[in-house]
Design a protein around this ligand. Structure first.
Ligand code: PMV
Length: 360
């Protein structure tokens, strides 16, 4: 499947060398993407909050070469990472048709995260989007005139080919990915900014990430998505995601936080119930994940505050709450939830506007 919109005109000339840099954030899905078709096409639409503080910073130094094929090395926090190479090589293979300069350069990719590596935070979303943005920035310097809109679309399109959810990290604060009948402009190929009215209840929404288990992922997302093929409940799940997107459109407009909580928590638990009922099956939550969820529920009943949780494909808990309740809820998190985190580690984040170029 080749998408001609993203194939560039021949470059007028190639620079001999240079460098580009971008910072790109992580994102947290409200309606989850779980299950994909060929070419990284999602099985259902999803919508996410773009985060602000959890980011990957990537610099790419490039130097013209005469040898054939791809040539690059990757450093994380200054340490060479051989194990990252296969994923990046596969990414380059997928996107070369859209960035034909890839085999003309040797790349030194230097990357770092503002959050602990292997913390279970979606570093593939921030990492792949930062990489895609650097490459589109490099392309722009090869005399390609583009608008900001096209630049972001191409970066999102390429990021998706690295890691699906990465296409939702280019912009913010609310991004939709996957075609949905009632969301104008929605696409399976790129993430788009949520195009409708959003109630002020959702401005500066907060996400405190509780690092319950920082161990290596028990199941890679590639394997996880694959398990949705032939899953006995997959069709119902995909249909449910469409329905939940519809419900969320209304909630985002009216600011109904009770209905928001209901959708978001149900989505999180559905994601995990899909993993628990696939073959092979997985339980990615840990006892402390459940401790935290139960405490959130009890606290919510007791105080009436609009605190809720969501989960990624792991044991960590994202605690979501509106800005005007932040003081009380942050206090509760510190006194009652942080004790369930590995080494008491947590990250306070808020909604963000997406990636930024870094001047070097
Ligand atoms: O982008 P991937 O292939 O790592 O998939 C991520 C899927 C979830 O994080 C579990 C859900 C989502 O929509 O972000």
């Amino acid at each position: 499947m080749i998408v001609s919109e993203f194939i560039p005109k021949p470059y007028k000339s190639l620079l001999d060398s240079g460098s580009v840099a971008y910072s790109s954030p992580s994102n947290i899905a409200l309606v989850k993407y779980w299950g994909k078709k060929a070419h990284q096409i999602p099985a259902n639409p999803s919508i996410s909050f773009t985060l602000n503080n959890c980011k990957t910073l990537t610099t790419i130094k490039f130097k013209k070469k005469t040898t054939k094929g791809f040539s690059f090395e990757v450093y994380l926090e200054g340490v060479i990472q051989k194990e990252f190479k296969p994923k990046i090589k596969q990414f380059f293979q997928r996107i070369e048709v859209y960035l034909p300069f890839l085999s003309a350069y040797h790349f030194t990719i230097e990357t770092s995260n503002t959050f602990p590596h292997s913390s279970g935070i979606a570093s593939s979303a921030s990492g792949m989007s930062a990489l895609a943005l650097c490459l589109v920035q490099l392309e722009q310097s090869l005399n390609q005139e583009t608008t900001k809109t096209f630049f972001n679309r191409k970066a999102s399109f390429l990021a998706r080919l690295g890691s699906g959810s990465a296409c939702r990290s280019i912009e913010g604060p609310l991004i939709v990915w996957g075609t949905h009948a009632n969301i104008i402009g929605s696409s399976d190929l790129v993430g788009i900014k949520y195009p409708y009215e959003v109630h002020p209840n959702f401005s500066n929404f907060c996400d405190t990430i509780l690092l319950v288990d920082k161990g290596e992922k028990q199941v890679s997302s590639t394997v996880g998505h694959d398990l949705m093929h032939g899953h006995p409940f997959s069709e119902q799940r995909f249909a449910q995601a469409h329905t939940n997107m519809d419900a969320l459109i209304e909630v985002l407009k009216t600011g109904d936080l009770t209905a928001f909580i209901n959708i978001v928590e149900r989505e999180a638990l559905t994601l995990h119930s899909m993993m628990m009922s696939s073959d092979p099956y997985f339980i990615l939550m840990k006892p402390n994940t459940l401790e935290i969820i139960n405490k959130i529920w009890t606290f919510r009943i007791k105080t009436g505050l609009c605190i809720c949780f969501t989960l990624d494909a792991g044991a960590n808990v994202h605690v979501l709450f509106p800005e005007n309740e932040a003081n009380e809820i942050r206090e509760f998190i510190k006194t009652s939830l942080v004790m369930h985190c590995q080494n008491d580690q947590f990250i306070e984040d808020i909604l963000g506007e997406g990636a930024q170029s870094i001047k070097i």
